[in-house]
Ligand binder design. Structure first.
Ligand code: 5GP
Length: 209
């Protein structure tokens, strides 16, 4: 029995190329019915194999900037030449369902979420070594040489930000990383601050003795 019935807002973050997307997909394959994914909006071009509304909502710069002006994002950032943001209305809808809501965003966006949603659980995903990450970015084949170098430089700066997160998870194997994230979410549900009210409903707070 779960004492905390509200879904958690879980932010998966970390340098570009670390495998956030792959780990997130594995998490959904293993425990999908417990989770909802927050599909981000972006102005970057669609990559081969990506699906509108599943990987991202692909929009123009004008549409994105209009939504910023309307206050329509929980967080957003301009990253390597493109906008990325978390649409507010989806977050509100998802949290009402009681499922865990997973956001997969970069570090600047994560900081904004933490400021607005004090209860959010933030997880920094790191590679086993820096070299593995640089190699992955170079071999991914989805960005130009210039973009790859920009992402590598960004990653170098982002490694130092791990201390801002609630948890650090090493992506040594995708299955291990997904398991660790599941364990973190389970433990977070059991935290006293999340379960104490339901607990008092069940057993009283002891004041009647
Ligand atoms: P990519 O172009 O590789 O899909 O994403 C580039 C970076 O943007 C990744 O680190 C990804 O996690 C991040 N990202 C994706 N969606 C969002 C979002 O909604 N907000 C922010 N701040 N970053 C995002």
């Amino acid at each position: 029995m779960k004492l905390n019935e509200r879904g958690l807002l879980v932010v998966l973050s970390g340098p570009s190329g670390v495998g956030k997307g792959t780990v997130r997909k594995a998490l959904f394959d293993m425990y999908g019915s417990d989770f909802t994914y927050s599909v981000s909006m972006t102005t970057r071009d669609m990559r081969p194999g990506e699906v509108e509304g599943k990987d991202y909502y692909f929009v123009s710069k004008e549409t994105f900037e209009k939504k910023i002006a309307e206050g329509g994002f929980l967080e957003y950032n301009f990253f390597c030449g493109h906008y990325y943001g978390t649409p507010m209305e989806k977050v509100e809808e998802a949290l009402l369902t009681g499922k865990e809501l997973i956001l997969e965003i970069e570090v600047n966006g994560c900081r904004q979420v933490k400021e607005k949603m004090l209860d959010a659980v933030t997880i920094f995903i790191v590679p086993p070594t820096k070299e593995i990450l640089y190699e992955r970015l170079r071999r991914r084949g989805t960005e130009s040489q210039e973009e790859i170098e920009e992402r590598i430089n960004k990653a170098k700066a982002e490694f130092g930000l791990a201390y801002q997160y609630d948890y650090i998870v090493v992506n040594d194997t995708v299955a291990n990383a997904a398991d660790r994230i599941r364990a973190i979410i389970r433990a977070e549900h059991a935290r006293t601050k999340r379960s104490i009210y339901k607990y008092y409903e069940m057993v009283g707070d002891g004041s009647e003795q």
